[in-house]
Design a protein around this ligand. Structure first.
Ligand code: CA
Length: 225
């Protein structure tokens, strides 16, 4: 499943990301309400985990706007406030379920599983695009009969590119999702790993190329030669 985590407490957001990635889900993370709305409207998520108290736009406002735009993506609201009136406000705004912080791993997984079952629970083991296949268990990248092992970071970068192959993945979201929001990683780190991946694609003789989108990021496409 593709899940968006919206939580301004970065350490909590990362903890949730780790738990859900270990279960085989694909995670995007944002840390304010405005970005949440932008991401939710661009990418087809199977679930949004949404904190209530957020900078720029609060969680209930985000759900209202998502629903007003006709998106039916299931929303699990998170809040530190346990008051019944908050729960009612959350559900009234269009959220599907509600969880009070702090919560334990099992409770989170139980709710995520219950909510994603509604949309059909398929855990992907591979991502494919044209002639390449990325194995999500072994981090092997294959093309025809050739295969090559990816390093941890190469794998994370490849996973992001392959999750939405025709969409441009920004350098910023690569840094946040692969290196972490508090890391010192810069565009140079991203460029280095993109160049490693390009070499591996070439070695595999794949027709897939990583295309630069000037000043923004990258997307995959088929070589025109
Ligand atoms: Ca918060």
């Amino acid at each position: 499943m593709k899940i968006l985590i919206v939580e301004d407490e970065v350490s909590l957001a990362r903890a949730i990301k780790k738990i859900l990635e270990d279960e085989g889900h694909f995670i995007d993370m944002v840390h304010d309400g405005k970005s949440a709305l932008e991401y939710a409207e661009i990418f087809p998520y199977d679930l949004i985990i949404l904190d209530v108290m957020l900078p720029k736009m609060d969680g209930t406002e985000v759900v209202k706007k998502i629903r007003a735009d006709g998106l039916s993506t299931p929303v699990l609201m998170l809040t530190a406030r346990a008051a019944v009136s908050d729960k009612v406000a959350g559900l009234n705004s269009g959220a599907d379920d509600y969880m009070t912080k702090p919560f334990d791993t099992n409770e989170l997984l139980a709710r995520v599983n219950a909510m994603t079952r509604r949309t059909g629970n398929v855990i992907f083991k591979e991502l494919t695009y044209e002639d390449i296949v990325l194995n999500l268990d072994s981090a092997e990248l294959k093309c025809g009969k050739s295969s090559v092992q990816l390093s941890k970071k190469e794998f994370e970068v490849a996973k992001m590119l392959l999750t939405n192959p025709q969409m441009t993945v920004t350098k910023e979201s690569l840094i946040v999702n692969v290196w972490g929001i508090e890391s010192d990683a810069t565009d140079n780190n991203v460029e280095a790993y993109i160049s490693f991946l390009r070499k591996k694609l070439k070695y595999l003789n794949s027709r897939v190329v990583i295309k630069n989108v000037q000043k923004i990021g990258y997307h995959l496409e088929i070589s025109k030669q």
